[in-house]
Design a protein around this ligand. Structure first.
Ligand code: F6P
Length: 379
């Protein structure tokens, strides 16, 4: 029988985290009579032993709150800046886990958290995770909580941009988060009726985008909305990135430090080139089409505020199922949403995987059918 569990939130915050903390906390303490202790600010709180009591009153009234009442950080157990120095703090985490006499630790996070959780599992801790991120890019789960809320916010933004773009006969390029995945830009682009959607998974040619906009002009539409994922890039940059990443992998495998260093510096240069990518894109489009262009970067607005009903529901489903699994002593898994079910998937399978948009995904096909341009030939 499990008596005491710990819980932490790691990585970027995401709407629905508090609903998940509440789901885990209420099921654990109210239903299974377990003690629940929260750790502050991700894995750092576990290293520094900064805790938060998660009793009935702490868990009450948080379902609708954005952010995370526990605080979060992107700190990794094995590479943490601690007392001014980057160090491996895994042993300290293991020690504190045992000092608290935990039976399990629940880690709420995205892709990075799944990897960190796997490492802690390999150190013998009973770990279980939940998938959260607005990027929706965690493998083996249909959805991550946070995505639906961010999708709603980005769609609402595109709706609002339409009327101003229309009035001024402008191109408005709207940058949407998502890291290396295009789910958010694709979903919001379709729901908001963007004319062009640019995704990291489908590298684009600027001329193709400009031509699509000019065709709209020829058809009497003097404005266009371009939804661009933050990780989208032109074909030339995507090819350079792929080539250099494979050179780096080869150099690392053959332990060729000089070639690895060279490859890393090229990768840095490519990433540097990507900074302000959306602004550069808008100015290229202005030049190629002769239409005035403006940029809107939605940024952290997409992560803030009240979670949607769908995210609260998903977070509560996964949070409570997580405690059922703890009670059954199922550890070393992420609780994934698969259809109506909450399914334990081994962390060894999830860690290091990213769920990207397949080029032939039904959402992509639907967007193509309604005439959306992806900046590349149809697949
Ligand atoms: O993973 C969520 C996310 O919001 C990404 O979409 C974005 O690239 C990143 O986090 C921003 O990270 P940070 O909060 O560290 O600035």
């Amino acid at each position: 029988m499990c008596k005491k569990i710990g819980i932490l939130t790691a990585g970027g915050d995401s709407p629905g985290l508090n609903a998940a903390i509440r789901g885990v906390g209420k099921a654990a303490s109210g239903y299974y009579a377990m003690e629940v202790v929260g750790f502050r600010d991700g894995f750092t709180g576990l290293v520094e032993n900064r805790t938060q009591i998660l009793d009935e009153s702490a868990l009450s009234g948080i379902l609708t709150l954005g952010g995370t009442i526990l605080g979060t950080s992107r700190d990794k157990p094995h590479k943490m800046v601690y007392q001014g120095k980057k160090q491996d703090m895994t042993d300290q985490i293991v020690e504190n886990y045992h000092a608290h006499q935990l039976d399990a630790l629940v880690c709420l996070g995205g892709g990075g958290t799944q990897k960190n959780a796997l490492q802690l599992m390999q150190k013998g801790l009973n770990i279980i995770t939940l998938p959260k991120t607005i990027d929706n890019d965690v493998a083996y789960t249909d959805a991550t909580f946070g995505f639906d809320t961010a999708l709603g916010i980005a769609t609402d933004a595109i709706d609002r941009l339409h009327s101003t773009a229309h009035s001024h006969h402008r191109i408005i390029v709207v940058e949407i988060m998502g890291n290396c995945a295009g789910w958010l830009a694709l979903g919001a682009g379709i729901a908001g009726g963007a004319d062009v959607i640019l995704l990291p998974e489908i590298p684009y040619e600027i001329e193709t985008v400009a031509n699509a906009i000019l065709q709209r002009v020829a058809g009497g539409k003097s404005f266009s909305i371009v939804a661009v994922a933050e990780g989208a890039m032109p074909v030339s940059s995507a090819q350079a990135l792929e080539k250099t990443a494979s050179q780096l992998a080869q150099a690392e495998m053959s332990k060729d430090k000089k070639r690895a260093k060279q490859a890393r510096s090229i990768l840095n240069a490519i990433n540097q080139e990507h900074v302000n990518h959306t602004v550069k894109l808008a100015s290229q489009l202005e030049h190629l089409t002769g239409l005035e262009s403006r940029v809107t970067i939605l940024g952290y607005l997409q992560r803030g505020g009240t979670p949607s009903a769908a995210d609260r529901l998903l977070a509560t489903r996964l949070g409570t199922a997580c405690v059922d699994l703890i009670e059954q002593r199922t550890f070393g898994v992420m609780v994934a949403a698969q259809g109506d079910r909450a399914v334990p998937v081994p962390l060894s399978q999830v860690a290091g995987q990213k769920r990207l948009v397949p080029n032939d995904h039904p959402w992509v096909v639907s967007a193509q059918r309604v005439g959306t341009c992806f900046g590349a030939p149809c697949h």
